[in-house]
Design a protein. Structure first.
Lengths: 461, 102
């Protein structure tokens, strides 16, 4: 194949890849077609990668293949093995790798001194900064969710320090652009050092509960970095795919922040709970315990039961038993529905993945907007491992830190049964007024064990 | 060669496309979708390959090597986890065989 033929083949394959990415993402937006969506996007990726080997004038093929092999195999093995509960941090890790790759492209191009023109140089430097921030930031996010980094590091004037590092990064970047890219190696090294540091100092103070928003933000940022490096390399596939992810990721980040009742600025520049503490007085009333047998009778003779699972259920690995319980109820003619709050898992949609793993069909699963009006007609709302997302003070108590957060109206159901390990408060540290209501009953114990007992008790009815 | 304004047009249209494609997505798919879009920016692999193909000297080559390895990790890992998650989504009308029940 001649040089011209190879160039045309490459352009054609990138065009096909870009089209397949968009088509794939579109198909991923419905559960019916989602699986085929990722496969189509995968085909696009394979085509684009293979054709890239034909790029005229390239060398280092041997090492390149080794690098692809190492990165690819390591990611494949970890990706196949990771537990569904650990999915958020794995996404963060793979995303950080993409950011690191974008940063590496920028570094190589800037070192070579062959990037010319103010606009291209600016985009190259910006993409490098964003990629490096996304890389180190995502690694910190991974470390936090994986439990490798246990506490949040905060000190006085932290925002100011971050601002100073950001300023230093921008100044160094501007210097490189002004110099016209004539390879000043030390400047490039300084640029990436401060950018990597910025990702670390930006992410360290952020609490674990806010991490999904941050991961989503870094996902969008990586997309943008890839698009910018696409301009440098004159690669349309990178520009299109990167930009699509950049804007889609930004929207996704906003949706997540909204679902958690947090603004993005709030997540990035303040710690949760700092403004809380005050206000919120404890709810009146007492907690009323219930025995497994009574709970089973209540559930078994209901017409409609709405299950509200929270992350606690996944931690207790109770989702399989809960689904078994629901199947037993369905067999008795009870209508069972699952109500999922957007932040029920570690990130929006995470709970759906965990339920799907247990075999729960997605058409029994409803989100907050779809099901909230139905609680009034439900005989029992079964809360398992959920807390803040069903706390009615979010509707009523203006002094509560979760005030205004959209919640599931479980308190409107005729009866409420709460499976809970002990008498602790929720993730936000707030007492749950729902548990103190007259029609609420507490079933204390391990989620999995209690669900298993309920299965037996319901079957024995 | 993609010059100035053409590049801007591509950028603008792609940005709207990304927004529109995601705008109608139900919450239940947010996690797989984030993972899926994470996979899509794995296209950075082709850029890393091109950069490595023309890298010269040990410093450039080392950085490019890491770039390609990381990019491959992004693409392959993103695919592996997204496919695994989406594969589990089943309708009760289809074969909703409970997996992992003891």
């Amino acid at each position: 194949m001649g040089t011209l033929g190879a160039a045309t083949a490459i352009q054609a394959s990138y065009f096909i890849a870009a089209a397949l990415f968009i088509f794939g993402l579109k198909r991923m937006s419905s559960p019916v077609t989602a699986r085929s969506g990722i496969v189509w996007a995968g085909v696009g990726m394979v085509v684009a990668t293979l054709i890239t080997f034909l790029t005229p004038g390239m060398s280092n093929y041997g090492l390149m293949t080794v690098a692809i092999g190492i990165g690819g195999i390591a990611a494949w093995v970890t990706g196949r093995r990771v537990a569904m509960t650990n999915m958020p941090q794995m996404i963060a890790l793979y995303n950080g790798m993409g950011g690191g790759a974008a940063g590496a492209i920028a570094a190589v191009e800037l070192f070579s001194g062959e990037v010319h023109g103010v606009s291209v140089l600016t985009l190259g430097v910006l993409g490098g900064i964003i990629g490096a921030v996304s890389f180190s930031g995502s690694l910190i996010a991974f470390g936090k969710l994986q439990g490798l980094i246990k506490r949040s590091f905060r000190f006085r004037g932290q925002n100011f320090a971050n601002l100073a590092i950001l300023a230093l990064t921008i100044i160094t970047g501007a210097l490189i652009v002004v110099n016209g890219g004539s390879a000043v190696q030390t400047q490039v090294i300084v640029l990436f050092t401060v950018a990597l540091a910025l990702g670390v100092t930006m992410t360290l103070p952020i609490g674990g509960a806010d991490m999904p928003v941050v991961i989503s933000l870094y996902n969008a940022l990586t997309g943008l970095a890839v698009a910018f490096e696409g301009f440098v390399l004159n690669n349309a596939a990178m520009i299109i795919a990167g930009t699509v992810v950049g804007s889609a990721g930004t929207l996704l980040t906003q949706l997540m922040a909204k679902a958690m009742n947090r603004s993005l600025g709030n997540v990035l520049f303040s710690g949760f709970g700092e403004t809380a503490a005050a206000g919120a007085t404890g709810p009146a009333g007492t907690l009323k315990a219930i025995e497994t047998a009574d709970a089973a009778v209540m559930l078994g003779f209901s017409e409609k039961v709405i299950v509200v699972p929270g992350y606690g259920m996944a931690v207790a690995q109770a989702q399989h038993k809960v689904w078994e319980l629901c199947q037993a109820l369905i067999a008795r003619g009870v209508t069972v529905k699952f109500a999922i709050h957007p932040v029920a898992g570690r990130m929006p949609g995470h709970m759906n993945v965990l339920l799907a793993e247990a075999g729960v069909p997605y058409d029994l699963i409803y989100d907050e907007a779809e099901i909230n009006s139905e609680f009034e007609t439900a005989d029992v709302a079964l809360i398992i491992g959920a807390n803040d997302v069903v706390n009615p003070v979010a509707r009523t108590d203006k002094s509560s830190p979760i005030y205004g957060m959209p919640i599931l109206n479980a308190d409107k159901a005729k009866n409420v049964i709460v499976i809970k390990r002990g008498q602790g408060a929720g993730f936000s540290g707030i007492e749950n007024a729902l548990f103190y209501l007259d029609h609420a009953r507490m079933l204390y114990g391990d989620g999995q064990a209690k669900a298993a007992e309920l299965v037996q008790a319901v079957k024995a009815l | 060669m993609i010059d100035g304004f053409i590049a801007l047009y591509i950028f603008m249209l792609a940005a709207f496309t990304g927004y529109e494609v995601i705008a109608r997505v139900p919450v239940i798919l947010h996690t797989p979708l984030m993972s899926g879009s994470n996979f899509v920016h794995g296209i950075v692999l082709v850029g890393a390959m091109v950069a490595m193909g023309r890298a010269e000297g040990p410093l450039e080559l080392t950085i490019a090597f890491f770039g390609v390895a990381l990019a491959a990790g992004n693409a392959v890992g993103g695919y592996a986890v997204t496919e695994r998650m989406l594969e589990m989504f089943k309708s009760s009308k289809g074969a909703a065989k409970p997996k992992g029940t003891h």
